[in-house]
Design a protein around this ligand. Structure first.
Ligand SMILES: [Cu+2]
Length: 221
């Protein structure tokens, strides 16, 4: 399967080989930064450590305002982000878990078509069909006691992507997420786009159902 398109444009410029473009150590205690500008090694190191200290976090609440848990985002490396989530109060089983494009969790923003709250969080982060988008993450698995926790690394987004101009939000869904993975043997009459594969709901949400939890992602220095 081809690698999905990245949400953010490539960050390495200059046409240098990847390893060279990141840090080139020069004689005299200088290093080449990512933009190719010579900078003192100390400042390059402190910039790296301040980047490494950056995190973001979200408190996930249900539509009544009850806290379900939290999600933490940490920079793993220049391309990857570690996501750590711990929530409770869920129905046992799998739950779709995504980053949505807008950092607004309004429980009164009910989508007319589906009746689900938190429509204010918008669609998934980044372009791409469901399953190949930046905001797609592994589903949560809630145990019989309603708790779910997970930690994983993704290269689909960075902390900068989460902190774009309209922010972002994490959303927990009521049902499992099929990632729009519908084998081609399932057909239906052509839809408005002329497609005969999975319908629009499947392609957009993976049939994960209502948004039962939402948390605004807040960057931390
Ligand atoms: Cu979602």
């Amino acid at each position: 399967m081809p690698r999905p398109p990245r949400f953010a444009p490539p960050r390495v410029a200059l046409g240098l080989p990847l390893g060279l473009a990141l840090v080139l150590t020069l004689p005299g205690g200088l290093a080449l930064g990512r933009a190719g500008t010579a900078v003192p090694r100390a400042s390059a190191a402190s910039a790296a450590s301040s980047r490494a200290a950056e995190t973001a976090a979200a408190v996930v609440r249900d539509a009544t305002g009850r806290v379900l848990g939290s999600v933490r985002f940490e920079r793993y490396d220049l391309e990857k982000t570690r996501v750590s989530v711990s929530v409770r109060g869920l129905e046992p089983g799998f739950h779709g878990f995504h980053v949505h494009a807008a950092g607004v969790c309004d429980p009164r923003a009910v989508d007319r078509a589906t009746g689900t709250a938190f429509s204010s969080a918008g669609s998934h982060l980044g372009p791409g069909t469901h399953g190949a988008g930046a905001g797609d993450m592994p589903p949560l698995l809630a145990a019989d006691d309603g708790t779910a926790s997970a930690s994983f690394v993704t290269d689909r987004f960075t902390l900068e992507d989460l902190a774009d101009t309209d922010g972002s939000a994490v959303v927990v869904h009521a049902g499992p997420d099929n990632f729009a993975h519908i084998p081609k043997r399932y057909f239906h009459r052509p839809d408005s786009m002329g497609a005969t594969g999975p319908d629009l709901t499947t392609r957009k949400t993976g049939d994960a159902g209502a948004r039962i939890g939402c948390g605004v992602v807040r960057p931390r220095a």
